[in-house]
Structures are given as C-alpha cells and as structure tokens.
Ligand binder design. Structure first.
Ligand code: PMT
Length: 214
C-alpha cells in the first residue's frame, strides 16, 4: 500500500524573521511513517519544520507553510492509498506578511488575519472511493464531540482524537493516548503509550479499512 503521512507544525510568516506556529514536534507523524514503513508499505512523509531525522526508507518532503503543505499533499494524493494527516496545520495566517522586518520603534503591530488553506477540505472532492483518509483531532475539551464533528465535516474515514491540554501526551511528548472514531462505526481506544506503539496500532486498523475498500 502507498501511505502518505503529514507531520509537524506549519509556520505562517509575519515578516521575514517572525512567524506564527504551534507546539507540534512531529513525533506522532514520524512514528506513523516509521510504523507504516515497518509494516512493509511505501511511505512519503510531508513534514513541517521539525528537529527529527526521517525514518529509514521513507521519502521526506519538507514544507514550511500551510500553503506549501497543501501543494505537497495535492501532488502526492493520486499516488496514495492511505492518507494520515497528523500535521498541526495553521488555521489562520497573517493576510499581509511584511516585506521588511517590523521595527520595535513602530510599536505593537496590528495583524490582519485570513484563513490558512484547509488541506482536508481542499482535497475532499478529489478523494477516490478506494482511498482511506485519517485525520487527527487535537482538542483541549469536548474531545469526542469535536472529533465526531471533524470526522463528518472533513469527510474522513477515521479520526484519531488526542487531548492536547496535558504535558504527558499529545503535543511535544513521547507518548500519546488516542480515541479513534470510525465513520459509521465504533470508538476504539489506544491507552497511554509511546507514540511508536500508538502508531503501530493505528496503522494496523487503517490497513484493515483499506483492505475492505479494495
Ligand atoms: O507533533 P507532536 O508533538 O508529536 O504532536 C502530535 C499532534 C498533537 C500534533 C497530533 O497528534 C495531532 O493531533 N495532529 C493534528 C493537529 C491538528 O491540527 O488538529 P485539528 O483538530 O486542528 O485539525 C483536524 C484535522 O484537520 C487534522 O488532521 C489536521 O491535519 C487537518 N487540518 C487542520 C487545519 C488545516 N488548515 N488543514 C487541515 O487539513
């Protein structure tokens, strides 16, 4: 199977030296790419800026912004049987990034924001019936309700929800705990474990869904 994984944060420019981003370390996405490769799949990993080495045997595509990530996902979409969107993509970006460094003497900048591209929304119309799309939901409250909403609104087959309000799991941790929601199906839980363990279990479930669609 051909597996496309996204990982890490995106960065949205404010000026040539400043950006807005988030706390994603890339560890969850890199663990998923490594697990898929270990399971014998061909893997491409689209990654925002992180301090990790790519897993052996995985083709890495480096990106910076949400727009870059959208372009890389679109380019690799026809190739993939399974897409796993573990990246923490920006929802908002500065509408007019400054061409030159903003000067402190000019006072606090007033930044006008616009929506960053929603990658899953943009690619949904091009989804083939044989493809499996799995998203992630990063939540600090109402985990199940928000995950189910995103599963439906983003036309996903599966969404893995994680609590990102705690320091021992989720963002920038070696461990995670996932509640995995399947379209029209049950919820399955992966208890707190190393991200490599969570990733191997999730990939094994996604393999079964992909096999049913063949
Ligand atoms: O990188 P780590 O430090 O290991 O942390 C892992 C993680 C917490 C980042 C990861 O497990 C995770 O939850 N990733 C998804 C983060 C996120 O953006 O969640 P969201 O609920 O805002 O988005 C829902 C889905 O839509 C995600 O699959 C996301 O990739 C996608 N999305 C979001 C925004 C956007 N503009 N386009 C998108 O496609």
């Amino acid at each position: 199977m051909n597996v496309l994984v996204t990982a890490g944060p995106t960065r949205e420019a404010i000026d040539p030296v400043r950006f807005v981003s988030n706390r994603s370390s890339g560890r969850m996405g890199y663990a998923l790419a490594a697990a898929a490769r270990r399971a014998g799949h061909a893997v491409r990993l689209v990654s925002g800026p992180v301090a990790l080495d790519p897993p052996p045997g995985v083709r890495l595509v480096r990106v910076v912004s949400a727009a870059d990530m959208l372009a890389a996902v679109e380019q690799n979409l026809p190739w993939c049987d399974l897409l796993v969107m573990a990246a923490a993509v920006a929802d908002w970006r500065p509408k007019h990034p400054a061409a030159h460094k903003l000067k402190k003497a000019d006072g606090p900048p007033v930044i006008e924001w616009e929506p960053a591209p929603d990658i899953l929304a943009a690619i949904a119309p091009r989804k083939k019936s044989s493809q499996v799309f799995c998203g992630f939901a990063a939540e600090t409250r109402a985990l199940a309700r928000e995950a189910k909403r995103k599963l439906r609104e983003k036309h996903l087959d599966v969404i893995a929800a994680n609590d990102v309000s705690r320091s021992d799991r989720g963002f920038d941790s070696d461990r995670n705990e996932l509640a995995v929601f399947f379209a029209g199906g049950p919820v399955r839980r992966i208890p707190l474990a190393r991200k490599s363990v969570c990733a191997a279990r999730l990939i094994s479930w996604l393999e079964k869904i992909a096999a049913k669609k063949k």
